[in-house]
Design a protein around this ligand. Structure first.
Ligand SMILES: Nc1ncnc2c1ncn2[C@@H]1O[C@H](COP(=O)(O)OP(=O)(O)OP(=O)(O)O)[C@@H](O)[C@H]1O
Ligand SMILES: [Mg+2]
Length: 329
């Protein structure tokens, strides 16, 4: 059985089409990512699946249940961690969980046991009696995840699970998400606009822009679509060097600009020493060399025509233009 089935799902807010005729399925046990920039429609999709928002048209199912026809069954099957903080600051960690469990009608004996279990899962057992007011940002996020798990949901929605957290805390949250996916056998649907997060966590990713799904694939396959690695190299006489490079048959493409020679090659890390040797034999001094492997960022740019944060670095732009030129061939 699929954990999530979405067919031709649309949500309109008056004239604005926030979610535009999207379809995808999520298999049980998967970590599935909705990746897109601000306003792409990610939260709106999650809210419709979680029965918090009525769809305009289309089909949305969670496990066996239709979100429109069986909202109670859907709610019992899912846990949700909202984009905006939603803990009670004046209660302890444990009290927050207890309150949530009571709302879901989890029985007293199970409640105690389950609170301990979920707190251990996110490494917060030792902090259970501290007021949430005194928790750090990362601890709050972990407690919210624990709370989402209290009633043994089979599907967990995480809306921007690491938004605003520092790098180390984000890493720790990622480890917890992977652990609960393994240990609780729970399907995870998360939204993010962080490329590295989608890449690290997700079995498959749907790239979303302006309410449309552009592609659904594994991060690995998406990156492979981008083709070769790019080596950027600077040598004492770039002009002479680029001409000589035509004798190397493992180079797929060469471009030259701003004193940098960009080469597209397969398995770039193995080609760097060969290039350095080659330059030395030609009596040319290598000034710098760097390797760029395709990232989800490149994939995003390729599908949407822009950076997810709409910023442009000069090398990045150069590389992006190369990738575009190559995929147009
Ligand atoms: N209740 C609402 N009424 C009107 N417009 C809405 C409503 N909720 C969302 N929208 C609009 O729908 C679009 C999608 O919003 P949504 O919150 O789903 O995006 P998102 O991908 O979650 O963005 P972010 O990364 O900023 O969280 C936006 O243009 C937003 O302004
Ligand atoms: Mg959102």
């Amino acid at each position: 059985m699929d954990a999530i089935t979405v067919k031709n799902l649309t949500k309109k807010f008056d004239d604005l089409i926030a979610v535009n005729d999207i379809s995808f399925t999520v298999k049980e046990g998967e970590i599935f990512g909705l990746l897109g920039p601000n306003g792409a429609g990610k939260t709106t999709i999650i809210k419709m699946l979680a029965t918090m928002l009525k769809k305009t048209s289309g089909v949305a199912r969670v496990l066996d249940w239709d979100v429109g026809k069986n909202p109670d069954e859907v709610r019992r099957s899912i846990g949700i961690v909202f984009q905006d903080p939603s803990l009670d600051d004046q209660l302890t960690g444990k009290e927050n969980l207890d309150f949530h469990a009571r709302m879901y009608g989890v029985r007293k004996k199970i409640r105690k046991e389950r609170i301990e279990q979920v707190l251990n899962l996110v490494d917060l057992f030792g902090k259970k009696d501290i007021l949430v007011n005194n928790y750090s940002g990362g601890m709050r996020r972990r407690l919210e995840i624990a709370r989402g798990l209290m009633h043994y949901p089979r599907v967990l929605f995480l809306d921007e699970p690491t938004l605003g957290l520092d790098t180390q805390t984000r890493r720790a949250i990622w480890e917890h998400i992977i652990k609960l996916n393994h240990e609780e056998k729970i399907t995870v649907i998360l939204t993010t606009h962080y490329m590295d997060e989608a890449d690290f966590l997700c079995n498959r990713v749907a790239i979303i822009d302006e309410g449309k799904i552009l592609v659904v694939e594994s991060p690995e396959n998406l990156k492979n679509m981008m083709g070769e690695d790019i080596i950027s190299i600077g040598v004492s006489d770039g002009e002479a060097f680029s001409k000589k490079l035509s004798s190397l048959n493992w180079i797929q493409g060469v471009s030259h600009g701003d004193g940098i020679i960009n080469l597209s090659v397969k398995r770039g890390e193995e080609k760097i020493p060969l290039l350095i040797n080659f330059a030395q034999k030609e009596n040319l001094a290598v000034q710098f060399v760097s390797l760029h492997k395709p990232t989800l960022e490149d994939v995003f740019i390729d599908f949407t025509g822009r950076n997810i944060r709409e910023e442009n670095g000069s090398t990045k732009t150069l590389i992006r233009d190369m990738i575009r030129a190559r995929t147009r061939k």
